[in-house]
Ligand binder design. Structure first.
Ligand code: ATP
Length: 324
């Protein structure tokens, strides 16, 4: 291995830049070349490459987003697209690939590996934390801190007006952001896709909390929650059944994907980048690097894609007890 390519793909997340920096500098440390590939797989197909040395990643450890840009590429889903991408890598002398992205990006990497026996290594970058084989994905911790900061602010206005706030957070089909940020921000109830709380229990809980003297409440709702209603429909439903409450909805949206990465995400990105490059140099391929029991560990890409990142049941219980 003389040259490694690095790209970011799918949804961006804070910490991706720190991971690019780590990959680039680990390559330099081991005296191998590094090529940055712009706009994910689409840039691979178009040959949008740039040589990257250790100084080309100055001052990015603290930046959100990704300097390499990210994209979704329909063309890479086709054998013709992947053929072009492979030809470009071969022409540029790139021997292996580090893919920073989510499960879709890993699926693309795995397909590419099986077609061309091309060495690939994945680094999990998504705020949703929905990838098996790592306790934390890049950006998750930053997103949690962003959500908690927002809810703290919402709490100020909620308590001044005796309001019930329904706060929708990201996470796609996973409730990791909702559950962790909900506990951290002191939410009354947390609705997540993994656990069907049911509307009756929600109303009961709100009634109990009102009866116990709470004048305002915050309910955190994961965007993928399966209670069967949008957050706005849920507002209408609670209002009909519980007219005592003045309800407001806040959908936090894309601010959760931005911002300077937390120290945790920067350290994580640095560790995963080192491990990704060094694993490639040891001849390994088709793995994702992640954190398991606080240690850096490899998980086969196939398992990372197909496995399910479970919700921690202990957190559900803690959340229940905290809303007493
Ligand atoms: P996020 O979790 O933030 O959405 P992701 O990596 O899951 O990130 P996707 O849009 O699902 O994002 O995938 C990124 C890209 O990976 C796709 O645009 C496509 O180019 C490639 N990809 C996904 N699935 C496949 C597949 N089955 N075959 C080839 N390429 C794929």
């Amino acid at each position: 291995i003389k040259k490694i390519g690095v790209l970011t793909s799918g949804g961006d997340s804070p910490g991706m830049n720190a991971a690019i920096r780590s990959v680039v500098r680990t390559c330099a440390y081991h005296n191998i070349e590094c090529i940055g590939i712009y706009r994910g797989y689409q840039g691979m197909i178009e040959g949008d490459f740039k040589e990257m040395g250790p100084r080309s990643v100055n001052n990015i450890v603290n930046k959100g987003g990704t300097i390499l840009k990210s994209a979704r590429s329909k063309e890479f889903m086709t054998p013709e697209g992947r053929k072009k991408a492979h030809q470009n890598l071969v022409a540029a002398g790139v021997d292996a690939l580090v893919v920073i992205g989510g499960d879709g990006s890993f699926t693309g990497a795995e397909v590419f590996n099986s077609e061309y026996d091309y060495p690939v290594m994945g680094i999990p970058g998504t705020i949703d934390n929905d990838i098996f084989g790592t306790s934390h994905t890049l950006g998750f911790d930053t997103a949690l801190n962003t959500v908690v900061e927002c809810i703290d602010k919402i709490r100020d206005t909620a308590s001044s007006h005796n309001r019930l706030f329904l706060v929708e957070v990201m996470g796609r089909d996973a409730g990791h952001i909702a559950l962790n940020a909900g506990i951290g921000a002191g939410a009354e109830e947390i609705l997540i896709p993994e656990e069907d709380l049911g509307l009756d229990r929600l109303l009961d809980s709100l009634r109990r909390s009102k009866a116990s003297g709470k004048s305002s409440s915050i309910v955190v709702i994961a965007e993928g929650d399966k209670i069967g209603k949008s957050v706005f429909e849920l507002k209408d439903y609670i209002e009909e059944n519980f007219p005592e409450y003045d309800i407001r909805v806040s959908v936090l949206g894309h601010m959760q994907r931005g911002g300077a990465p937390t120290c945790y995400d920067r350290v994580l990105a640095s560790r995963l980048g080192v491990k990704a490059v060094e694993s490639i140099l040891e001849g390994k391929s088709n793995f994702m690097v992640g954190i398991v029991n606080d240690k850096v560990a490899l998980t086969p890409l196939e398992q990372a894609i197909k496995g399910h990142s479970e919700i921690d049941r202990e957190l559900l219980r803690v959340s229940d007890i905290m809303s007493t």
